[in-house]
Design a protein around this ligand. Structure first.
Ligand code: AMP
Length: 210
């Protein structure tokens, strides 16, 4: 069972790349942000762009991992977000007699991430993510999901003020994970500023080599 972490700043394309990987390899997409939203844990920290407590996130993840045992593998999108979550996850893997396959770091700078967040829209039904400002990620009909024809919505935390805090939180809490995983020799870096298909192409070669 493969376990792959996508590590990146907010709006770097983790969700989009996870969807493509799941389609191609039959992996399960585990987004801790989605789990938090689905379970109504969008507390004050969430709304201001800070991290939800480790206890809440680790419990949601543990439950999800138990649910998906014996599948092809999974992509972790948005987890871990700090070194203490990474350590707790390592412990979970040991308890399940599994190993971390790879950490793929998508590098994107602040301005590009901000542009991506401003145009981001998602389907409240199937969760598919679109972007009004990036041609290859626009829906066929403006504001409507290609898959289920539902009206697309904007996440409450996808605004410039909250984004600034989310990016600072990333720099302070999450970026140290790059060194953490580099030292464990499981880190691969991909330039997240390339087009969706170019980024996917590079990720595919990494996954095929595992
Ligand atoms: P995302 O959907 O990954 O952009 O995450 C949206 C928000 O959910 C973040 O700004 C955090 O408030 C919260 N969140 C998502 N994943 C985590 C995590 N692993 N640890 C703590 N908070 C998280």
């Amino acid at each position: 069972m493969k376990s792959i972490i996508l590590l990146a700043p907010p709006a770097a394309g983790k969700g989009t790349q996870s969807d493509l990987l799941c389609k191609k390899y039959g992996f399960i997409h585990i987004s801790t942000g989605d789990l938090i939203r689905e379970h109504g844990k969008t507390d004050h920290n969430y709304l201001s762009g800070k991290l939800v407590s480790d206890d809440i996130v680790l419990q949601l993840l543990k439950d999800k991992l138990q649910e998906i045992q014996k599948k092809e593998g999974y992509i972790l999108d948005g987890f871990p977000r700090n070194v203490s979550q990474a350590r707790a996850y390592q412990q979970m893997l040991e308890e399940m007699h599994q190993e971390l396959s790879a950490v793929i770091y998508l590098s994107v700078d602040y301005n590009l991430a901000l542009k991506r967040i401003t145009g981001r829209l998602s389907c409240p039904n199937c969760g598919h993510v679109y972007n009004d400002l990036i041609e290859e990620n626009q829906p066929i009909v403006k504001g409507v999901c290609n898959n289920c024809q539902m009206e697309l919505t904007k996440r409450v935390d996808d605004n410039e003020d909250t984004f600034k805090v989310r990016f600072e939180t990333y720099l302070h809490d999450t970026k140290p994970l790059i060194t953490y995983y580099k030292e464990k020799c499981v880190l691969y870096e991909v330039d997240g500023a390339m087009s969706t298909s170019e980024v996917f192409h590079q990720i595919e070669s990494i996954v095929n080599s595992l």
